[in-house]
Design a binder for this molecule. Structure first.
Ligand code: ADP
Length: 259
């Protein structure tokens, strides 16, 4: 496994109070740089633009209209990149911002340009940090209040870069047979080989306050990744060093891979 995409959700980057979780961002910078220094090619897909924008603008609630969200995201995205850039800089790691719209996949020329950019960044030892271009695209924004939050974008990035593994970090240890925040007897799936209708029916329920709720988008992302003959691991991002354990082949979270 050489080329790895890591996706972090808003719930990993922000405290439930709306403050920025600097420890997490710091540790992510450390872990991802170290992974790269071990010879891996690392791509980070990061949510959090709206959350960080709300924090910067001292908004107590997430705005409701799409233009408001886009404006807040414009503020938050540059703040977020500034944070990442500073933390990665502590480890002498250069990062590059890649803003995508999901329709790149439909236009061969755009698709080639995106792929070339990723390959060039990785060849230059740079860690790309990817988000959706919120000014142009409203898909993720529209979805974000209910579901989404870059899950599908991270699967798309896995496809575009032909990455070997997508590590999706969330606020939960993996995918369970029912929502574990509601049901104490929920059981963790450690391996899933196929996304079936039965599995999708187990993915309901509410998500975290700043995350976007439910596992449907994560299962859809897993399906996309499996269709690319790649793999996905859904794990808890509370302690980013979990990525080291995953890369050591330890049995962590839910591993989606074809049989
Ligand atoms: P993120 O912001 O990290 O993308 P989300 O909040 O969107 O995460 O989704 C994670 C949440 O999904 C969990 O905290 C949990 O409350 C909820 N959930 C619902 N059904 C399940 C399930 N079957 N297994 C695990 N989590 C579930």
């Amino acid at each position: 496994l050489k080329r790895i995409v890591i996706k972090v959700g808003t719930s990993t980057l922000m405290y439930p109070t709306g403050a920025i979780n600097l420890q997490r961002i710091e540790k992510l910078a450390f872990v991802l740089t170290d992974l790269k220094n071990q010879g891996k090619e690392v791509i980070l897909v990061s949510s959090g633009a709206i959350g960080v924008g709300c924090h910067r603008l001292k908004l107590t609630e997430r705005p409701t209209t799409i233009p408001q969200q886009q404006a807040v995201a414009a503020v938050g995205q540059s703040e977020l990149m500034s944070l990442y850039s500073n933390f990665f800089n502590n480890y002498s790691q250069v990062v590059g911002q890649v803003l995508l719209t999901r329709d790149v996949i439909e236009f061969p020329e755009s698709r080639t340009n995106v792929t070339n950019t990723f390959n060039q960044l990785l060849a230059m030892d740079i860690i790309p940090i990817v988000n959706e271009n919120d000014t142009v695209a409203v898909d993720e924004l529209e979805h974000q209040t209910k579901f989404g939050d870059n899950d599908s974008l991270s699967a798309l990035v896995t496809e575009l870069t032909q990455a070997d593994l997508l590590i999706m970090l969330s606020d939960i240890d993996g995918f369970y047979d029912k929502n574990p925040t509601v049901h104490q007897d929920a059981c963790l799936f450690s391996e899933i080989n196929e996304i079936t209708a039965d599995l999708l029916s187990l993915a309901g329920g509410n998500g975290s306050k700043f995350g976007t709720g439910g596992m449907i988008t994560k299962l859809n992302a897993a399906e996309h990744v499996l269709n690319q003959d790649s793999q996905m691991i859904l794990a808890n991002g509370a302690e980013p060093t979990i990525i080291f354990e995953i890369m050591h082949g330890e049995n962590i979270g839910t591993h989606f891979l074809k049989k």
